[in-house]
Write a protein of this length. Structure first.
Length: 407
């Protein structure tokens, strides 16, 4: 059983690594093609019939790129489709959600102080909310199909703000912001799977059959791609937020999450405008800085939401009752709680790292797996062994955890 815990940690790392790799590939290609499309020279009468062109230099070579609104006279047989980056990112992200937040729901997803629900209920709400995100967004796109696109983005922002509040009323702060990121990422990936690629396939099929494709398919695909472009940066912030308690543990975490979407818009507006050669809107950086300062201020008003220890349930109770827990509790209180406390005693720390508090038996029992991996199996904690945890104490942690798992 001990080996399964370590194996599980490595599996989690492998899935997380895969998620990061595929996300980089997806975001990179997405940002590149948006920049390329905006920067094309369309004022040239090209003999090829292309809509626009651009010359680029990279890696010691020169590239001559042309874009066809419909297609060249002859459809190339080796046409490259950019889709698997998106699919792999969502699949690996959902797998990580299962590994960390579903299998570890009692520790990371459910917070009885927020809403006391069963694990299966929390998981059901999580899955249903992701599906709801796509249905709500896709419906908005159809309702606002003839409207100004700014109105559509405003309507989507209202949905995102609503979901920010909803998640913080159901899940732990850490899980709430992570879920808002997953909610948005699901919309983005579904755009590729449900709209962009199918529309492109319709156009390609028409061209191969000698029919003139309806221009609406390309227009809709470009609209959804633009939406993805503006949603990418907020998703990255929300996915990283679980490492920063100032973002997720604030009383106003749902407002912080909402403002993050505005920062994403201002940043992308600057780059998109510059790439399109429509000016240099440096005001967007000032707007972004102001929003960021507001977020920083909100994160400390108050510094952290007060927490009360809820009664132990399930796995946590099992670890608290396992042989050796009393000794481990004393070790953690002596070696870890000076930092992992509501009011850390270590100079330079204003809050517990990652909002993990280890001051009570309940808190220690809930962090059993992390204490075992961070201070028992490895020497990751305490950092640089600043509190001088001894090898015998680490061995006691390992023995306690194994007795609980194997008992």
């Amino acid at each position: 059983m001990y080996d399964l815990t370590v194996l599980g940690a490595w599996i989690e790392l492998a899935v997380r690594w895969t998620h990061v790799i595929t996300a980089i590939a997806w975001i990179g290609s997405s940002f590149y093609f948006i920049a390329l499309d905006l920067g094309l020279h369309r004022d040239r009468n090209l003999a090829s019939g292309a809509d626009g062109e651009e010359w680029q230099v990279h890696g010691g070579g020169f590239y001559h790129i042309q874009k066809y609104l419909v297609a060249p006279e002859t459809m190339p047989g080796d046409l490259v489709w950019f889709k698997w980056e998106s699919y792999a990112t969502w699949l690996s992200g959902f797998a990580l959600l299962v590994l960390v937040y579903y299998l570890g729901a009692e520790f990371y997803l459910v917070d009885p102080n927020v809403l006391d629900i069963a694990v299966w209920q929390a998981i059901a709400i999580s899955v249903a909310s992701l599906a709801f995100g796509w249905l709500a967004y896709n419906t908005l796109c159809k309702v606002f199909v003839e409207a100004n696109q700014t109105a559509l983005m405003a309507a989507l922002f209202v949905v995102l703000v609503g979901m920010s509040w909803f998640y913080t009323q159901v899940f732990s702060g850490r899980a709430a912001l992570l879920h808002l990121g997953a909610f948005t990422a699901t919309i983005m990936s579904a755009n590729v799977f449900m709209i962009i690629i199918p529309n492109q396939k319709i156009v390609v099929a028409d061209l191969i059959a000698g029919r003139t494709p309806d221009a609406k398919y390309g227009k809709i695909a470009k609209q959804r791609s633009t939406h993805n472009n503006y949603l990418t940066l907020p998703v990255l912030f929300l996915m990283l937020s679980n490492h920063y308690p100032l973002a997720f543990a604030s009383e106003y975490n749902w407002i912080i999450a909402s403002l993050v979407f505005l920062m994403g818009v201002t940043i992308r507006h600057y780059f998109n405008t510059v790439h399109a050669r429509k000016g240099d809107p440096t005001w967007t950086w000032l707007a972004t800085a102001v929003i960021f300062l507001v977020i920083a201020w909100l994160s400390t008003v108050p510094l952290f939401r007060g927490e009360e220890d809820a009664a132990l349930t399930g796995q946590a109770r099992h670890f608290a009752e396992a042989e050796g827990f009393a000794e481990v509790e004393n070790i953690v209180l002596g070696r870890c709680s000076m930092c992992h406390a509501a009011e850390p005693g270590w100079d330079g720390l204003a809050w517990a790292p990652k909002a993990v508090r280890l001051e009570t038996p309940e808190q220690i029992a809930r962090q059993a797996r992390e204490i075992y991996l961070q201070a028992g199996v490895t020497h990751a904690m305490p950092p640089a062994n600043l509190s001088y945890m001894e090898e015998a104490e680490r061995a006691a942690i390992v023995a306690w955890y194994r007795s609980a798992v194997e008992g």
